[in-house]
Write a protein that binds this ligand. Structure first.
Ligand code: 5GP
Ligand code: ZN
Length: 114
């Protein structure tokens, strides 16, 4: 996907502070963090959102979720608690149309808002 910012990160065309790169999944720090730990996990195969990956690349979705579980275990996020969020559609706040999970941690997280 030529015009996809996250595909550009995958291909090394845009720099990112990577924290994870394994089994077709990368994790990197969000450029505009909303919590002390704010990571984004994406699969190297482009899909546009959670519904798209569920339908068209369920194996990729499994790889993505497994990576988040593995990373959080390794880095002790399980102990501090963490939240996994995926916005679907512009009204929900989705601004990048390459499936991604936000992983938020490092503070007491507030309730969801409108
Ligand atoms: P969304 O708004 O689609 O749920 O999440 C997209 C996230 O990507 C936002 O939190 C935004 O800060 C982050 N983001 C957008 N462009 C870049 C970038 O070039 N590099 C990094 N590291 N994060 C980005
Ligand atoms: Zn993409």
């Amino acid at each position: 996907m030529d015009d996809c910012i996250f595909c550009k990160i995958i291909n090394g065309l845009i720099p990112a502070e990577k924290v994870y790169d394994k089994n077709n999944v990368i994790g990197f720090r969000d450029i505009n963090p909303s919590a002390p730990v704010h990571l984004l996990f994406i699969h190297k195969n482009h899909t546009k959102d959670l519904n798209d990956i569920c339908t068209n690349d369920p194996r990729g979705l499994m790889e993505l979720m497994t990576a988040i579980g593995e990373y959080s275990e390794e880095k002790g996020l399980k102990e501090s608690g963490y939240r996994v969020v995926s916005n679907i559609g512009r009204p929900s706040g989705q601004s990048v149309f390459h499936t991604h999970f936000h992983v938020l941690s490092g503070a007491r997280l507030g309730k969801f808002g409108i």
